[in-house]
Structures are given as C-alpha cells and as structure tokens.
Design a protein around this ligand. Sequence first.
Ligand SMILES: NC(=O)c1ccc[n+]([C@@H]2O[C@H](COP(=O)([O-])OP(=O)(O)OC[C@H]3O[C@@H](n4cnc5c(N)ncnc54)[C@H](O)[C@@H]3O)[C@@H](O)[C@H]2O)c1
Length: 383
Amino acid sequence: MKVLLTGGAGFIGSHTVDALLARGHSVRILDNLSKPVHLKGKPDYIPNEAEFILGDVSNRCDLEQALDGVDIVFHLAAYQDYLTNFSKFFEVNSVGTALLYEIIVDRKLPIQKVVVASSQAVMGEGAYLCGNCGIVYPNIRKLSALKGKKWETNCPECAGAVESQASKEMVTNPQNQYAMSKYSQEMIAINLGRRYGIPSVAMRYSIVQGPRQSFYNAYSGAARLFCLHLYFKKPPTIYEDGRQIRDYINIMDVVAANLLVMESERADYQVFNVGGGKPYSVLELFEITALVFKSQLAPKISGEFRFGDTRHIMSDITKLTRLGWRPKYSPQKSIQDYRSWLMGQGNIDDVMDYAEKEMKRQKVICKAGGVKQTEAYYSGVSI
Ligand SMILES: NC(=O)c1ccc[n+]([C@@H]2O[C@H](COP(=O)([O-])OP(=O)(O)OC[C@H]3O[C@@H](n4cnc5c(N)ncnc54)[C@H](O)[C@@H]3O)[C@@H](O)[C@H]2O)c1
C-alpha cells in the first residue's frame, strides 16, 4: 500500500511512519515543518525510505501532489497552539480536512481509508456525575473561581459537587478553538466519508507520550516538561493543586491503534477514544517521573493555573478495545523512553524555559489571588 501521512514529520506521524515502513508499506510525508515544533529544521529521525514533500495541508496544489497514487491517508497535520488567532485553527485543521475530501471527491481518487487525528479535547471537561442531576457536562471553570483557588468544577444545573467520569465518544463539548476545529475534522471525515464512500476513521487521542515529542511545543505537555526540569535539576511548576485527572497513552499504543483501524473495516465511519485506560493525577505523573530520574526535587505548587485547562478528563476506551486493541504500556515506560531519548540529544540547553517563557509572554499562565490578569485563553488539556 502507498500511505500518505500529513504531519508525518511530527511526533505521532513519525512513529506511525516507522511502523508502516516496517510492515512493507510505501510511505509519503506531507509536512510544512512548522515552528515551533520544528524550531531546528527537519528532524533527523525521518527515514530516507520515506518520500518527503515540504508542503501545507491548506494548500490545494501541495495536497493534490501528495495524494497522487496514494491508497491510505493518515491526516495528522494540525495547528496546535494556545494563541487567540482563532481563524488559523479552522484554516489549517478544518479547511485542510475539507480540502482533503474535496480533492478525493473531485478527482475520484481511489483512497481506501482516511484516518484523521482528533483529540480528547473534543470532549471538553467530559462527563461528571452529580448526586442530584445524574450525568452532566460542565463547561470551563470561571476565572474568578480559579483566582480563588477553587479548582473543582460544579454541576452546571444545581451547582452541587460532581465526580469526574470516564467519557465515551458520544461526549462532545469542545470548549476552545483547537477543540472545536478538531470536532469539525471528525464531522468532516465521518460524514463526508460516509456520504461519498470514503472509509474514514477519527481517532480521539488522549495525552500521547514518548520520544520525539518536540521540546519546543508547549502542547507536548507534562511528561516533556517534567523530564526536562528533572534533567536540568530544576523544580517544575505544577498548576492548580496537581490533583487534576488525566489519562496518558504511550506512543507505541497509539501506533498500534492507528494500524488497527487502518486495517479493520469494522472501524470505518467511527470515532474512537485512544487513551491509556487508567486515571492519573498530574502529581502522580510527576512522582513517576521523579522515580525514573531518581530525583528528590519537589515540584513548585504555587497556585498558578492556566485559564481554560480542564479540571479532569479521562477517556473511556471500551469501544476501541472491542476491536481487539488494548494499551500495553504504562506512563512509567513512556517516561523511561522519553528520558533515554532525551539523554541522547545534543544541543538542548535552550529548551527548558522555552515553552514556559512563551506561555508567560502570551499571558496564558495566571496566578491565583488578586494579581491583575488578562483573560488569555489556554486551549489545551496537555498537563
Ligand atoms: N500528541 C498528543 O498528545 C495529541 C493528543 C491529541 C491529538 N493529537 C493530534 O495528533 C496529531 C499529531 O500530533 P503530534 O503530537 O504528532 O504533533 P506534532 O506537532 O509533533 O506533529 C504535527 C506535524 O504536523 C506538521 N504541520 C503542522 N501544520 C501543518 C500544515 N499546515 N501543513 C503540513 N504540515 C503541518 C508539523 O510540522 C508537525 O510535523 C495532531 O493532529 C494533533 O492535534 C495529538
């Protein structure tokens, strides 16, 4: 099979490239090597056997060239940031996906499968159980509550206490520009796919971890941040109180899921949560990282928060496990792998403060307790 991976130079894409080549597929990458992900240019992990096209998924000519002679598409390229240039998220993520289907339909291309990268962020705060109201879907927490260090969310109907639940694929409550653009990608893929007979699958990844997560991408989240801090022997900041629940998934489990849905007809026209299946608090992830690094450093928990972060989110992965997939690797393994990779990298002295400085520059990080704030909006669930 000839497989096109948009965003194939990135973290998830490059590991999927390796697995496809190992299975004997022919691989083409379409990637614009966007910054800050590729701040230092084309990564050297891109194999020579993979054909590389430097181009943009929102450019018709680039996409047409990339789709020529292709059987399968992994559409992984995305604009991911925390900035308020809202239109860019839709230009790249939504319009890029619509353009992909437009070209396939216009040119009657015999594409056998399109797999699009969605995100757990589509589910927003996810599902919570309220003792009075049953299952509810809270929206983002108010800035005033966060400034008062009131971290837990409440029932949107009766304002009572709620308990976080694992969210199934039917939960859709995107709360920010990134999540909305990802939801639109799902709808384009599943609905246009079904309408025009293009077998399509949307993968709602949780927080993916492993080697090759860009040092410069604030979106690459807690594992990268914790590892870099401990590597440089500096205490990392943990936002809020560190008791936020997340689920973390190893990159190899994601690659296995990608290959499974590529090969399985039962996956067609479906959305799947691709998560670790087990809840961890951010503090627990830090403790795992400290164990791997044999570090005694305590994190800073100083009341900083990122407005727009979800309090808890955890994906229910039952649907994908019914296809025979199950996550095999623990966050400990992900951190060990990331650490080994980190140790092998040269020229990383500049990276540790990069994402944090950027976020502070963009006024994304706020401090609880009366300091003047801007209502900058962070659009991720990456920690
Ligand atoms: N890593 C995660 O934890 C995670 C979680 C949920 C969803 N996702 C989604 O999975 C996909 C892959 O994520 P990743 O972690 O590998 O990200 P990444 O940033 O490492 O890789 C994305 C790649 O896309 C390329 N790209 C960006 N804009 C492009 C454009 N306009 N045209 C062509 N190429 C472009 C980048 O240069 C990069 O190589 C994305 O769609 C992302 O939204 C990732």
